[in-house]
Ligand binder design. Structure first.
Ligand code: HEM
Ligand code: HEM
Length: 263
């Protein structure tokens, strides 16, 4: 009954307002924090290809728990992606509450931002645009990872990036997620006063420097990684090696030794 009255009047009979919006904000921050930190790990893991194909192969097999199951179990990766996907959808649902839903609202926010002339308000716009873009870009990537977890590896990933045309999507997703994630983490630190210390103004300045540095670092790492997959994908396509899976050097050596080809 009290829900019904608040629904009509915006307040309960006791004159109180629901605490649900505050809880939803908290959920948004928690899911944002999880995703932001997850992405740091993700970018390092995916960039293992920059060290070598063998190293990327080893990382892939590690996440398939090959130390327990012989040859690895990709279903474990599918399960992890499903979990991340659920967090992603929850965060996006919470984010939707902040996006303007018609032109009038957009106009009001825009005019407000202009009159404030504050840089952090401009950052919010970037978060809204990049968040919107990720509804589509992020969902495509996560769904493919979840259903094709057995096709992650030095050759299979490169083939998807180049021959299966994922590279244009990855360029856009990389830009969106790096801008959105760094701004988001910066906003979280400011909102919850994590590193405030004695002089919050000086801290905010320092946090901004960190935000900028992290954005550039992960963008450069991401583009270098993407270039490495594109190169392998292109070379394999030219060599007619579509569908071929990478065989690690150690396995080739073992085969050669067992067949007496190496003394
Ligand atoms: C469909 C995808 C997404 C949408 C629609 C979305 C939307 C939003 C919006 C609108 C905000 C601003 C909230 C506010 O002003 O209070 C936000 C905050 C945030 N987002 Fe996202 N986001 C998405 C995906 C992601 C991803 C993949 C990451 C990981 C890097 C991420 C990390 C963050 C962080 C750390 C915050 C700050 C949380 C806060 O201020 O409470 N988001 N998101
Ligand atoms: C558990 C979840 C995830 C897994 C297992 C995963 C796995 C991968 C893999 C294996 C690649 C290499 C290319 C390929 O094989 O197609 C990749 C690339 C990429 N992923 Fe994810 N991913 C996950 C979640 C996410 C999320 C949530 C985002 C952002 C919203 C994201 C953004 C990207 C981007 C931008 C690339 C391009 C590579 C680069 O620029 O460095 N991924 N991911």
């Amino acid at each position: 009954m009290s829900d019904l009255i608040e629904g009509y009047l915006g307040k309960t009979v006791e004159g109180k307002k629901s605490r649900v919006p505050a809880k939803l904000d908290y959920l948004q921050s928690a899911t944002g924090l999880f995703l932001g930190l997850f992405m740091w790990g993700h970018m390092f893991l995916v960039s293992s290809i920059l060290i070598s194909k063998d190293f990327m192969y080893a990382v892939t097999k590690f996440f398939e728990a090959s130390f327990i199951f012989d040859g690895g179990e990709p279903i474990i990766v599918s399960g992890v992606v499903l979990f991340v996907f659920i967090v992603f959808i929850t965060h996006a649902a919470m984010g939707m509450r902040k996006l303007p839903s018609n032109f009038k609202q957009y106009q009001v926010i825009k005019a407000h931002a202009k009159s404030m002339g504050h840089e952090d308000t401009k950052l919010w716009f970037i978060q809204a645009y990049t968040g919107f873009a990720m509804f589509f870009l992020g969902s495509v990537h996560l769904y493919i990872m979840m259903t094709n977890a057995d096709a992650i590896g030095p050759y299979a990933s490169a083939e998807r990036v180049w021959s299966a045309w994922m590279w244009p999507l990855y360029i856009l997703l990389l830009l969106a997620v790096e801008l959105h994630g760094s701004i988001g983490l910066y906003r979280l630190a400011v909102k919850w006063g994590w590193f405030d210390g004695k002089d919050p103004k000086a801290t905010r300045k320092r946090l901004k420097v960190w935000k900028k540095a992290l954005t550039w670092f992960f963008l450069i790492l991401g583009f270098a990684t993407l270039a490495a997959y594109i190169k392998i994908g292109y070379e394999n396509q030219q060599a007619g090696k579509i569908g071929e899976r990478y065989v690690p050097t150690a396995q080739i050596m073992e085969y050669k030794i067992n067949n007496g080809r190496v003394a």
